[in-house]
Ligand binder design. Structure first.
Ligand code: GLV
Ligand code: MN
Ligand code: MN
Length: 404
């Protein structure tokens, strides 16, 4: 099947008609529709469908001799109002690459699989790459079961509601042992490839990054009657912390962002009793990252004290620096060069399941050009011809890794 037909079959699922962005949150009805889409694509290709213990989906092109597989894929969940490409491009390209290999009569010497990892964005339960972290033992299953979404629903309850078994989650050495290598194709989340005039690139590594939750607790009061000096308004230290984070990030050559904030009780005429905010911080190295977060935390404490507000800080998610397997990267580069494909090497500040798997298995990534560089937004875009070039590149890589 051509890329276009596969791509178009997924496109309507979870699209918000107001914004054209995607709301594909883990274990929701839309997620179930994505899972049905994946199952149908696997079954129509006679690929063996597996939902693993951690709700990740696998479509296996089994081989008689068995052996460890070359796995490709990505994720189908999105950030709230995300773009169409972040995640789905890798899954769709995986199926399309298998179609291309079969059209050519390619017979792999080892199994090939397409995977779709659960809750990669952490958009619902806060812990990014949840499915791959659980699989590889990088997340504690008991703690994961107790994670709550914005409505207070636990992961365990959400999984049960989706017909999945939360008691089963946890490390899966047997499945991991069946993965010889993981190669994730992903839209580039910057515009470096555009600048270099290349349709595809090879990831070098991922900056260390994490999420920290800050809870500012003050006192709700009447906005029309409470004198300014009498207030304990948590919005003020929160605002000071946003500005401090931006300044500290600039000083460190790093990134720090508050992209999510909630205020309680959330009334237009009541001073907030509490403000909950999420800091996303990323840096070229861990020392810088930890120094940056320490500075933001100190600024939050100082501003909170100045306004009679309490502040608590808790790390919700952390990914150490990742350097993708140099040997595997060299094989990717060689396979692409042999077919005349120029694929520059790129670092990235974005997190991926490939970064989590890299701690346990050889992993690598291919990026596809994104002319605007925009991602985590409905404006995310890749040209059809570049997506097709991505499929050709991925097929070349699968052929190299699973060939005789
Ligand atoms: C995942 O897309 C992340 O980097 O947050
Ligand atoms: Mn993303
Ligand atoms: Mn992604």
């Amino acid at each position: 099947m051509a890329f276009a037909e596969l791509w178009d079959s997924l496109l309507p699922v979870g699209r918000d008609p107001r914004t054209s962005g995607y709301r594909r949150q883990a274990f929701t009805d839309v997620d179930l529709q994505c899972r049905v889409w994946f199952s149908n694509r696997a079954l129509e290709r006679s690929l063996r469908l597996q939902t693993d213990r951690n709700s990740n989906l696998w479509a296996w092109w089994d081989r008689p001799g068995g052996g460890a597989a070359v796995v490709t894929g990505s994720h189908l969940d999105s950030v709230p109002d995300g773009g169409a490409f972040d995640g789905p491009l890798g899954v769709v390209s995986g199926f399309a690459a298998i179609d291309l290999l079969r059209e050519r009569g390619f017979e792999p010497s080892r199994p090939i699989a397409v995977a779709a990892f659960a809750e990669e964005e952490g958009g619902r339960f806060g812990l990014a790459c949840l499915g791959s972290r659980l699989l590889t033992g990088a997340a504690d299953p008991a703690a994961a079961r107790e994670l709550r979404d914005g409505d207070g629903v636990t992961l365990a309850a959400a999984m049960t509601g989706a017909g999945l078994d939360p008691a089963a989650i946890g490390p899966d050495e047997e499945l991991l042992g069946r993965v010889a290598a993981y190669v994730e194709l992903h839209i580039e989340q910057g515009s470096a490839l555009d600048g270099l005039g290349a349709a595809v690139g090879i990831a070098e590594g991922i900056w260390p990054h994490g999420r920290w939750r800050l809870d500012f607790t003050g006192r709700a009061d009447h906005e029309g009657t409470t004198r300014l000096p009498d207030r304990r308004d948590p919005m003020l230290p929160y605002a000071a912390t946003v500005l401090a984070a931006r300044e500290a990030a600039a000083a460190h050559g790093a990134l720090a962002t508050f992209g999510k904030v909630t205020a309680e009780p959330g009334a237009a005429n009541a001073i907030s009793s509490a403000v909950h905010a999420w800091l996303d911080a990323r840096a070229p190295d861990e020392v810088t990252l930890l120094a940056l977060v320490a500075e933001v935390a100190a600024a939050a404490r100082e501003a909170a004290a100045a306004h009679g507000v309490e502040v608590g800080l808790r790390r919700e998610s952390y990914t150490p620096p990742v350097e993708f397997d140099p040997g595997l990267r060299a094989r990717l580069a060689g396979a692409l060069a042999a077919r005349g494909i120029t694929a520059p090497a790129l670092p990235t500040g974005a997190g991926h399941d490939a970064g989590i798997l890299a701690a346990r298995r050889p992993a690598a990534m291919l990026f596809v050009r994104n002319p605007s560089g925009v991602s985590h937004s409905p404006a995310e875009q890749a040209e059809r011809a570049d997506c097709e070039a991505g499929v050709v590149a991925l097929a070349a890589v699968l052929e190299e890794l699973a060939g005789r």
